[in-house]
Design a protein around this ligand. Structure first.
Ligand code: FAQ
Length: 328
């Protein structure tokens, strides 16, 4: 797959012979599976790619709290409300570890957050879809966190040390999120009314394709994959991970007794994988260009939260400065 990517990729990758001594030593370190740390020499483009990916990842965790926050006041029981609040709080924590990992590369947190608020930085396409019924909280946990785990488990072995270490805790927490989401759906399917079972199927129908889009464009349209694989930032291509997610998820779907809205989905004896239908890439491109169903709502919510929280940040800085003066 990697050789194929190098051939089809839009950028030609340098060979070791074409690199200067510093870059060659850097690549050899990566090839030997030694982590790159903040103070090590690294090519500017490696730093830039990591800042792009980690900041986008952090923004996704923070924006990803919004569709779930929508349901805190309407969770059906106290137990479900507590679980949902704990999950949302975990996502905030993930955002903070990731912004910190990004800062070790010399990026400025305020500048990167400003890029999000002004539409210059991306965040995951999935969070531009609405959460319309309670079963969406189950489907987000099961499918969205499920997709996030498949994508993020290999990132625990990503070549940049601070990012890899942050991902260890993130993955542990995402596993809990995935299970709580599945349990919500299983409960509704086994003990719910017919109307509640229909809500589960409706949530899966709406979120299935957007969950598959989370893995990014298909390999031949992924400009960053070949270089990111060579640098071992990414360990698998977008299509490999998407296939892994489908193969893992369909047996769980069968236990639920639900279906996915894909008439072409079927088990392929020869490949040992599920075949699946064509993804609507036009829709994906519209969403990542800022024209998804909830883009405006999400960005407005983030901007308002940032403006309304300005006094808290100012107070925290004033408090820290006062403490520092007292120590000096
Ligand atoms: N949405 O060349 P590639 C979560 C962009 S966290 C938006 O393949 P790359 C937790 C991409 O940035 C979910 N944009 O790019 C949670 C690039 O644009 P650029 C987030 C996307 O980086 C759960 C362009 O398309 N996870 O869910 C998307 O090699 C529940 C070309 O693409 C991460 O961020 C997309 N889906 O591969 C929270 C994981 N896909 O920047 C709350 C880390 C692609 O050149 C509730 N990131 N793009 O203008 C990654 O693994 C990678 O960045 C990929 C994309 C795989 C997302």
């Amino acid at each position: 797959m990697y050789a194929q990517l190098v051939e089809t990729g839009t950028k030609k990758l340098k060979t070791l012979d074409e690199m200067g001594p510093e870059e060659r030593a850097f690549q050899e370190r990566i090839d030997a599976e030694i982590k790159i740390e903040a103070k090590n020499w690294m090519p500017d483009s490696y730093r830039k790619t990591l800042i792009r990916q980690i900041s986008q990842h952090a923004h996704s965790e923070i924006v990803g709290m919004l569709p779930e926050g929508n349901w805190v006041t309407r969770a059906p029981t106290l137990k479900r409300k507590l679980q949902l609040m704990a999950k949302i709080q975990d996502e905030a924590g993930h955002g903070l570890y990731l912004y910190s990992a990004m800062e070790t590369l010399g990026a400025d947190r305020d500048e990167e957050i400003d890029k999000l608020h002004t539409g210059r930085a991306k965040y995951s396409s999935i969070f531009n879809y609405p959460t319309l019924n309670w079963a969406d909280m189950g489907a987000v946990g099961w499918l969205v966190d499920g997709a996030a785990i498949v994508n993020q488990v290999p990132l625990q072995r990503t070549s940049y040390g601070p990012y890899a270490r942050a991902m260890i805790r993130v993955c542990k927490e995402e596993s809990f999120h995935q299970r709580q989401g599945y349990e919500i759906l299983l409960h509704m399917m086994r003990h719910g009314t017919e109307a509640q079972q229909e809500m589960v199927q409706d949530a899966i129908n709406r979120l299935w394709w957007p969950a598959l889009m989370m893995f990014g464009p298909s390999d031949e349209h992924s400009p960053n994959s070949a270089q990111s694989m060579a640098w071992k930032i990414k360990r698998h291509t977008n299509d490999e991970l998407r296939q892994r997610f489908i193969d893992q998820t369909i047996p769980q779907l069968e236990v639920l007794g639900c279906t996915v809205p894909d008439p072409d989905l079927k088990w392929n004896e020869e490949t040992g994988h599920y075949d699946f239908g064509e993804i609507q890439w036009d829709e994906f491109n519209r969403v990542i260009q800022g024209h998804g169903p909830c883009n405006t709502e999400r960005l407005n919510a983030r901007r308002n939260a940032h403006e309304n929280g300005a006094w808290v940040r100012a107070a925290a800085v004033a408090h820290a400065e006062k403490k520092q003066k007292a120590v000096a």
